[in-house]
Design a binder for this molecule. Sequence first.
Ligand code: NAG
Ligand code: NAG
Ligand code: NAG
Length: 396
Amino acid sequence: MNLPVITLLLCQIVLCAGMHRVRLSKHSRRHHKFPHISVYLANRNRIRGKHGLTPIHAINGGIEPTSNTGSDSKGVVVARLVNSCETNFFGTIKMGGNNPQTFTVQYDTGSSDLWLPSSKCGSCKKCGSSLFKESKSDTLHQNKTGFSITYGSGSVKGLVANDVLTIGDLRVENQGFGLVNDTTDCSVFDGILGMAFPRLSQIGTLPPFQRMLAQELLENQIFSFYMKSGSSDGGLLIIGGSNSSLYYGPLTYTKVTEEKYWSFQMGSIGFHGTDVRSCESGCPAIMDTGTSLIVGPVTEVHGLMQAIAAVYDATLDLWTIDCKLIETLPHLVIQIEGTMFYVHPATYVIRYSDFCFVGIMDMRGLTKWIIGDVFLRENYVEFDLKNKRMGIAPAV
Ligand SMILES: *[C@@H]1O[C@H](CO)[C@@H](O)[C@H](O)[C@H]1NC(C)=O
Ligand SMILES: *[C@@H]1O[C@H](CO)[C@@H](O)[C@H](O)[C@H]1NC(C)=O
Ligand SMILES: *[C@@H]1O[C@H](CO)[C@@H](O)[C@H](O)[C@H]1NC(C)=O
């Protein structure tokens, strides 16, 4: 399949009174082969791995990395985030005390570990990733403890370390992280920065957000995602706060049901104006910024796909739809705590020129719903660690 060139969204973190904001804006990028579909398929296996399921396909994404740093006119920018074709939102961090090295990481509320590629990682070098040069950091503490994280299609492994992590002007001392010395996968970012609960950590170190709180770097135990697509201003990540100008109406709060993932009880998922509803008596779900799509159990997703006459493509393992039909499709409706949250068909259908597929995936063996960027791109979510809840509202 011949897939067109993509555009990326650039995002910036702007510091503001104890809050650290990430502004997203659109940016086109010189690019030759960018295997979109394989990104989704590789993601599928990463999702499977994340949730303890075995992989279906082994796909090598082979994607070039992107690295961006910069500052805005106020001089308070701390990093830029890139939205890679709506599949991955990632940003820039620095590691190392006196001579910090820069990396792109995916901010992932669906995992709890920070890992970066080591200069000793030959396979990471082949991916084109920025590598952490151990000899350049005099604040690095390396540990003999090994770790390995399986993503389904592959894995990363290496040794535990700690060093000074910098996000904007937030300086986090002794941040434990994984220094990867072997990877079987390539991705658009160098590493991952997990934002879920410590219990989910596979490396066994305190995640960066919890460490920021332990070091009293933030006033509020909150971070918020405002993801936007389809305009030059792509969105915002706020570390240490929330901003009511970025959403409509009050936030609807839902309790975290298990302090592992950002898990909650979803009321139902269906299509507006139809009587098709899944999970009508409620079902478990997680809010996962590190997953591009919405992923659900097989039977439920099949029911939804029938309602919009999507066609299953066995080769791609995706539900396709005639692009001409997008405007006639109903809104996706997710009910949380009695409030309806909507996703426009132009957002839940992923379009590449005249090829379209539905951004809702079924996954064998999955018993919960994974609510990823397809939802977050239209709905603002505040992650409140203090009150163990999430606040959700339609994004501006
Ligand atoms: C090495 O890892 C162990 C187990 O995670 C931890 O107890 C210890 O403090 C670490 N040492 C250093 C120098 O980071
Ligand atoms: C790579 O990491 C593994 C643990 O996952 C460890 O056993 C091995 O010694 C490491 N190799 C190097 C060269 O550091
Ligand atoms: C909230 O967002 C609005 C709109 O982007 C912006 O003008 C305002 O400065 C922000 N407020 C804070 C406190 O960051």
